[in-house]
Design a binder for this molecule. Structure first.
Ligand SMILES: NC(=O)c1ccc[n+]([C@@H]2O[C@H](COP(=O)([O-])OP(=O)(O)OC[C@H]3O[C@@H](n4cnc5c(N)ncnc54)[C@H](O)[C@@H]3O)[C@@H](O)[C@H]2O)c1
Length: 492
């Protein structure tokens, strides 16, 4: 793969190029830095000593010498001034990274940029060069942070052939691409933040956006979606495309499942948690009062598209949130979980190939449970591992789901150890693993037993006074125990 990033000084080509090369595990070349190294001189000194035209010659020479180099190449801001350079770049995969000029000026460091005497000179450069830049395919990153910009560029440059993950249980496809005129054709329900990052240009009557989806995970939003479906004359011949994290897919899939006795919908999960968990298995629903997911339904979507490019724009907490669900399903099903210790760097850097593999494996593992128990009355309930206490912790402390589940895993393992199932060794191995990704400040929280008891008594898995709790016997092996809420808190 060879990608040239072009655009004004200060747009972030170097930072973004480095991040992209890290995610894609390919080389990165910064042309300005290479010229400085080759000439043993800062660019501003080359300008001062030899003039701009000498610098432009050096720049062209370097550009042509890179013609067969694989990797991400950040060009200098003025590389496009020369017609020959432009012709060369047009034959290659080159993208114009655009950011609102006022926004660049706000964040600009001018000291090492010879053509920028002061910040406003960037405006002049923009006026002089904008028509030339516009000859190239644009990626607009205005208003986006580094993480979001990286993901948006990645989604343009990293396009793969579809790979079928599953056909039998839930039609699920790995799809790292988006067809271009998609938004003109379909009825879409989308997470607002996701939409603004990846598709800011597309807006229209056919799109229903959900802001702050967890806060809006309620019947009122479901009714608003039903109004939107009526207004758009949606019927059972249409397929609604749903984009978003677990909260959005839960709300929208629920609305689609009850509208006209159920219409077709596809899920495009956009958070790590929704890719490996919420979008898999057909569960959907909304919260009511303080009870999470108490209005619930199971309905397998028509299709599920997993685009792993999307996870690159998540902030760190959202990323870890999803990672914990991956760790959970591996603890339940694999005897060796060392990969989370050994490959921590790859995981933290979100290496695309590595993470895609992990995501696909997690989906396959979850679907394996779903295939044996579609209605979640039996073995699939093992996926609640860490969740009985995790949900109570989430409600009481308002911590994020994944962080709460990590706490729940630690505490439920303690119960398992005290009941004589889990060995000290496995107990410690899992705690060491959790500590790598979750702060001790969260993992070591102790809750009031009375408060915990109140929540456990309302647990959905609580039948005739006992909770059916999946407990770990050893890493990779679990069993269910019937245990009363009182016994649970006594064992903590
Ligand atoms: N149906 C199920 O089987 C199931 C399973 C697990 C969890 N859930 C539900 O899933 C929800 C949690 O899912 P979640 O963690 O995805 O929450 P979420 O949907 O609230 O998304 C988290 C945040 O990420 C933002 N976001 C979405 N995509 C993004 C992207 N690509 N880049 C940057 N930001 C993005 C959202 O705007 C939101 O602020 C809970 O409501 C939970 O009950 C359902």
């Amino acid at each position: 793969m060879q990608i040239f990033l072009i655009g004004l000084s200060g747009v972030g080509k170097t930072t973004l190029g480095k991040k992209l090369s890290e995610i894609l595990d390919i080389d990165f070349f910064d042309m300005d830095e290479m010229i400085e190294k080759q000439n043993n001189m800062r660019i501003k000194d080359i300008f001062k000593n030899y003039g701009e035209s000498r610098f432009r010659d050096l720049e062209s020479e370097l550009l042509f010498s890179l013609k067969d180099k694989e990797g991400i190449i950040a060009t200098g801001g003025g590389v496009i001034l020369n017609q020959k350079n432009r012709n060369f770049l047009k034959e290659k995969k080159s993208y114009f990274i655009y950011k609102d000029v006022a926004e660049i000026i706000n964040n600009l460091e001018t000291s090492h940029r010879p053509l920028l005497k002061d910040k406003n000179s960037l405006l002049n450069l923009w006026e002089e060069r904008k028509d030339i830049y516009n000859e190239f395919e644009e990626i607009n990153i205005s208003g986006l942070n580094i993480q979001e910009s990286t993901a948006k560029i990645l989604n343009k440059i990293y396009i793969k052939e579809d790979v079928v993950i599953d056909k039998k249980i839930q039609n699920t496809v790995l799809k790292n691409k988006l067809d271009k005129d998609f938004f003109n054709k379909k009825i879409i329900i989308s997470d607002d933040k996701f939409h603004n990052i990846f598709f800011s240009k597309y807006c229209g009557k056919n799109i229903f956006k959900i802001k702050d989806p967890e806060e809006n995970k309620k019947m009122e939003t479901v009714m608003d979606i039903i109004d939107f479906l009526i207004e758009n004359d949606v019927d059972r011949s249409n397929t609604v495309e749903i984009y978003g994290g677990g909260a959005t897919t839960d709300i929208a899939a629920f609305a689609c499942s009850i509208y006209k006795r159920g219409i077709r919908y596809s899920l495009n999960p956009t958070t790590l948690l929704s890719q490996v968990d919420a979008s898999i298995g057909g569960k959907n629903g909304v919260n009511y009062k303080k009870y999470k997911n108490i209005i619930e339904n199971i309905n397998i979507p028509e299709k599920t598209y997993i685009n792993t490019n999307y996870i690159m724009s998540l902030d760190n907490d959202e990323y870890i949130n999803g990672l914990i669900e991956i760790i959970k399903i591996f603890i339940l099903t694999e005897q060796n979980i060392d990969l989370f210790l050994d490959k921590k760097e790859k995981i933290e850097k979100r290496k695309l190939n590595f993470m895609t593999d992990l995501i696909v494996k997690s989906i396959e593992k979850k679907l394996n449970f779903v295939s044996k128990d579609k209605t979640d009355k039996n073995i699939r309930m093992a996926l609640n591992y860490g969740h009985t206490l995790g949900h109570a912790f989430e409600s009481i402390t308002n911590n994020k789901h994944g962080f709460s589940v990590a706490w729940g895993i630690k505490k439920e393992n303690l119960i398992s150890k005290k009941m004589g199932f889990l060995s000290e060794h496995d107990f410690n191995t899992i705690n060491d693993l959790l500590k790598l990704y979750i702060d001790n400040e969260i993992l070591n929280v102790e809750l009031e037993k009375d408060e915990l008891l109140k929540f456990l008594k309302k647990d959905k898995k609580n039948d005739s006074g006992k909770i059916k709790m999946p407990l770990l016997k050893k890493i990779g092996e679990f069993d269910f125990v019937e245990i009363s809420p009182e016994e649970v808190v006594d064992l903590l």
